[in-house]
Structure formats: structure tokens, C-alpha cells
Design a protein around this ligand. Structure first.
Ligand SMILES: [Mg+2]
Length: 271
């Protein structure tokens, strides 16, 4: 019996600003059946409250406490384990604010820069890589110089691209690959799916053992892999990036392959 369900957002619940077919009714019915629910996103672009507000606006009333983002998970983890490091962020302003809300010190303020606006990489203890649409040569070089000097190496997520209604765009994974290639080093810790860090957070939030939980998502290598690794049951929904043939070829296969989210409601395990 499934008592807790973890949902991916993009390509699973909505695409752009539209709820996907069946999503609103499915969530309402699962809540009526008393299922515990949470939402997990690798996107570090918005706060948990912003994603909760979006879901609520689309007809899926959701409190911020039911939303887990890679940014929140990373911020919480770094604050617990390495609260006193000086972090250099490749990422956008909202992520900067999120990390600061966990008490982390981010270099890059005026006081950290010389008269040309350059940050001294010797003052950086750790580099955080995330989705960043303002990425330029200076940021890449600062991160490279810091990593070369031995700075710790973290990332919110490792997705190569980010899906948008008009086609996907480069995500944190692309920047990570560049820095790994440059330095010959590997990122030490990635907070987002399919990392054990974000899975543990989801299970903690649901308060259930993995065998009573189901992971639902549209991406095999993140959502489904995360569920499988944790010992959860898995359902891939074909409203996002995955085609049926790819889902059928995956080994081990997802437990359920759904054309639309509402196909989940007929499965015995979620009754
Ligand atoms: Mg997705």
C-alpha cells in the first residue's frame, strides 16, 4: 500500500504556467484518500513559498512546507555541516537569498571585490554551482581559480538542461561539466535529485518508510532513479521529457508508466 507520494513538478504537475492534463483532479483525489504528499524540484530558481503559491494558483492548494527544492536542501545541509565557510555562488539572486536565509556567508559583496570588481579566489572556501542565466567569463574564472586552489565543490543540481515550453536551455550540469573538465576534479556533493540528500528530506517530511512511498516524475535519470535508489515504488508520467519506448527500456523498469497523471488513480496500490 502506498501512503506517501513524492511528485516532481516540471513536466509532471505543470509545464510553464499550465497544469498538465489530469494533474489538478489527481492531486485532489489523492488528498481525499488521505495520502501524504510532497513536491520535489531540482530548480533552485524560486523559493519553496513561490512554488507552493504557483501550485495553489493552478488549483492544487499547497503549503510551502510540502515543497522541497534543491536550493533549500543544499542550504540546510551546508549550514549544518560547514556553517563557517566563505561560499562563492554561480547562481541567481533568489538562490543567493535562500542560501543567506540559512546563515551562509556568500562572497561577492562590494567588500570582497577589488576596484575592478574582481573577487580574490584565495578568500573562497567553497564553490556552489547552480542554474545561472547571468553566467559569464568572470564568474567561471573566479570559480575555476578557487577550485584550483582547493576550494570545496558543491552544486544544487546536475541537470544538463532545464525544460521550458519552447525547448530546453542550459542548466547547472553544463556549468559543472565545464568546471570539472577545467579542474580535473569532480563535484563533491549535489543536493538535487537523484541524490540521497533530497530523498532523505522527502522521506523525513512524509514520515514514512520508503516501501510505503511512490515517486512520480517525468525524467528517468533523476526522478525514477531517485525513487529506485531509495527503495520506493516509481511511476513515470509521459507528459514531460520521456517517451514510452525509453521508459520500457529502462532497467530496472519503473513500476508504472502513465500517459497522464490521472492514470495513477486506478492502480490498486494507491487506493
Ligand atoms: Mg520534471
Amino acid at each position: 500500500m502506498i501512503d506517501g507520494i513524492v511528485f516532481d513538478l516540471d513536466g509532471t504537475i505543470y509545464l510553464g504556467d499550465e497544469a498538465l492534463p489530469g494533474a489538478v483532479a489527481t492531486l485532489a483525489e489523492l488528498r481525499r484518500r488521505g495520502k501524504r504528499i510532497c513536491f520535489v524540484s531540482n530548480k533552485p530558481l524560486e523559493t519553496r513559498a513561490a512554488y507552493a503559491a504557483k501550485l495553489t494558483r493552478l488549483g492544487i492548494p499547497t503549503p510551502a512546507t510540502e515543497v522541497i527544492t534543491s536550493a533549500h536542501v543544499l542550504g540546510r545541509h551546508l549550514a549544518r555541516h560547514w556553517p563557517h565557510l566563505a561560499y562563492y555562488l554561480i547562481g541567481e539572486d533568489k538562490l543567493r537569498a535562500e542560501l543567506r536565509s540559512h546563515g551562509l556567508h556568500l562572497v561577492g559583496e562590494q567588500s570582497d571585490q577589488d576596484e575592478k570588481g574582481v573577487i580574490d579566489p584565495a578568500g573562497v572556501d567553497a564553490v556552489i554551482v547552480a542554474f545561472d542565466r547571468t553566467l559569464g567569463y568572470r564568474k567561471l574564472n573566479t570559480a575555476y581559480q578557487a577550485l584550483r586552489r582547493g576550494a570545496r565543490f558543491f552544486a544544487t543540481n546536475a541537470d544538463k538542461t532545464c525544460p521550458l515550453p519552447g525547448g530546453d536551455i542550459p542548466d547547472a550540469g553544463a556549468t559543472l561539466a565545464a568546471l570539472e573538465h577545467l579542474t580535473g576534479r569532480q563535484v563533491e556533493l549535489v543536493a538535487g535529485k537523484p541524490s540521497p540528500l533530497i530523498t532523505a528530506y522527502a522521506l523525513e517530511l512524509l514520515g514514512l518508510p520508503p516501501e510505503r512511498c511512490l515517486m512520480v516524475g517525468d525524467r528517468l535519470e533523476t526522478d525514477i532513479r531517485m525513487g529506485q535508489t531509495a527503495g520506493m515504488r516509481t511511476a513515470v508520467v509521459l507528459t514531460g521529457v520521456t517517451q514510452r519506448a525509453e521508459a520500457e527500456q529502462m532497467a530496472p523498469a519503473p513500476d508504472y508508466i502513465l500517459d497522464q497523471l490521472n492514470d495513477l488513480l486506478v492502480e490498486d496500490s494507491v487506493r
